[in-house]
Design a protein around this ligand. Structure first.
Ligand code: ADP
Length: 450
């Protein structure tokens, strides 16, 4: 096992990894920007190294700086968390070539899944269901027209190198296609440095359901059931739960099989997530694989009892998974609410100083956060400041527990989305599990102006 790990991240995920290291008897090294001197991860780690000024491209994304921090602290391995450099295969290569262990999948798996056109071709070979669409990249308006005619409108144009819900265009009729296609290409070039786009049929009211997988270096791969992540805004998840309140058991088995086939086809050797869209008739399609730990991993940890960060570290160190698929059992229900420093309904960022932070407690409530009373949230990074996760035997009880946890939570001195969660949790459709990926946006439109 490693003696020291460098965590190339900040915020709640850096804190989560530091805590795990401590439990495993591993020393932790935090990196921080000049804006994060007082951040929780900087304070909590055994050592902390400043890697540059506030803007992420000068610090958390500054590869030479991060590597220098690993060298001066004699770290043996690097955990990238999520976001920042987590899905950067070139960074993973540099880490490995410099003699450190990369706590994540192989750079090859990252590349295969990171380019969505490549990923879809691999999934097709593996027999994983795909949304009808173009056969690979689409490079001209004529080709786009032909694909759209074949699939029928609406269609969605997506960037091969896209991520984070960016670089997508929905087209409802032929008249808009030319413009949308050319814009999608130039936006993809500007945002991702790669103008490759592809086309899919646009599913009108799907649910977002994803499967957690975990593999080791000895050919073992398991799934850890599904998460329902349909409560989104601008393709950003707001609330997640496990299991999905919608999937039938028969669909679940097919979903897990598809996820395992997807992971095996890229020889996956870490924690990863296969994302699917699911229609009302429970037909489902692969959309992408995230080759990293995800924000919503705690709901899976709670229903399975498996510490996913611990197993990322263990398999990176060469250990075998200590459990087989048949040992994994689902227990109860878990829900996560993301707490963001932003306007609860307009979603504009609202960084500021936290006067008072009071975390809810009691039975089966978990808080993964990176805040404390008196902490000033810097304006340079993601607005998510923490997560509240609850668990209970049934979904109904779990929702009740989350309601009381959100009532108890105090983050004063600045604006958070706590009120959004309070109202969402009281919504009858949400309580009934009756929603799709448009639910949150449609519901927000109906809310009175004030
Ligand atoms: P990203 O990597 O940017 O997150 P994804 O391919 O995972 O891109 O898609 C993000 C979200 O966009 C999905 O969760 C879904 O809400 C929507 N989406 C993507 N493809 C389709 C599609 N073919 N039909 C309907 N919605 C889609």
């Amino acid at each position: 096992m490693f003696h020291k790990i460098l965590i190339a991240n900040r915020g709640e995920i850096a804190v989560r990894i530091i805590r795990c290291c401590r439990e495993l008897g591993i020393k932790s090294v935090a990196i921080y920007s000049e804006a994060d001197r007082d951040a929780m991860h900087t304070r909590l780690a055994d050592e902390a190294v400043c890697v540059g000024p506030a803007p992420a491209n000068l610090s958390y994304l500054n590869i030479p700086s991060v590597m220098a921090a690993a060298e001066v602290t004699h770290a043996e391995a690097i955990h990238p968390g999520y976001g920042f450099l987590a899905e950067n295969a070139d960074f993973a290569d540099i880490v490995i070539e410099s003699g450190y262990t990369w706590i994540g999948p192989t750079p090859q798996s990252m590349r295969d899944m990171g380019d969505k056109v490549t990923a879809k071709a691999l999934m097709q070979q593996a027999g994983v269901p795909l949304i009808p669409g173009s056969d690979g990249a689409v490079s001209s308006v004529e080709e786009a027209n032909a694909v759209a005619e074949r699939c029928g409108y609406p269609i969605i144009i997506k960037a091969a190198a896209g991520g984070g819900g960016r670089g997508m265009k929905v087209v409802y009729q032929q008249a808009s296609l030319t413009n949308a296609f050319l814009m999608a290409q130039s936006e993809a070039a500007a945002a991702f440095g790669n103008d490759t786009v592809y086309i899919e049929k646009y599913l009108e009211a799907p649910r977002h359901i994803e499967v957690q997988v975990l593999g080791d270096h000895h050919g073992n791969i398991v799934h850890l059931f599904e998460r329902e992540c349909s409560i989104q805004r601008n393709n950003q998840k707001v609330m997640e739960e496990a299991p999905s309140p919608f999937c039938s058991d028969a669909t679940r088995q097919k979903l897990y099989q598809a996820a395992i086939a997807a992971a095996k086809s890229v020889d996956y050797r870490s924690a990863g997530t296969i994302e699917f869209l699911m229609n009302a008739d429970q037909s489902f399609y692969f959309i992408e694989m995230n080759t990293r730990i995800q924000v919503e991993h705690p709901v899976t940890e709670w229903i399975t009892g498996v510490d996913l960060i611990e197993w990322q570290i263990r398999v990176a160190a060469g250990e075998r998974l200590a459990f087989k698929q048949s040992n994994l059992k689902r227990k109860g229900h878990a829900i996560e609410c993301r707490i963001n420093a932003e306007h609860p309904f307009k979603f504009t960022p609202a960084p500021g100083t936290i006067e008072l932070f009071h975390a809810p407690g009691g039975r089966s409530v978990r808080i993964d956060a990176a805040i404390y009373s008196g902490y000033t949230i810097p304006p340079f990074y993601d607005s998510m400041i923490g997560k509240v996760i609850t668990h209970a035997r049934t979904r109904e009880k779990c929702l009740r527990r989350m309601q009381r946890a959100i009532e108890e939570l105090v983050v004063s001195g600045l604006t958070t989305n706590q009120e959004l969660h309070r109202r969402l949790l009281a919504n009858p459709a949400l309580q009934a599990g009756d929603f799709n990926i448009h639910f949150l946006e449609e519901w927000l439109e109906q809310l009175p102006e004030d």
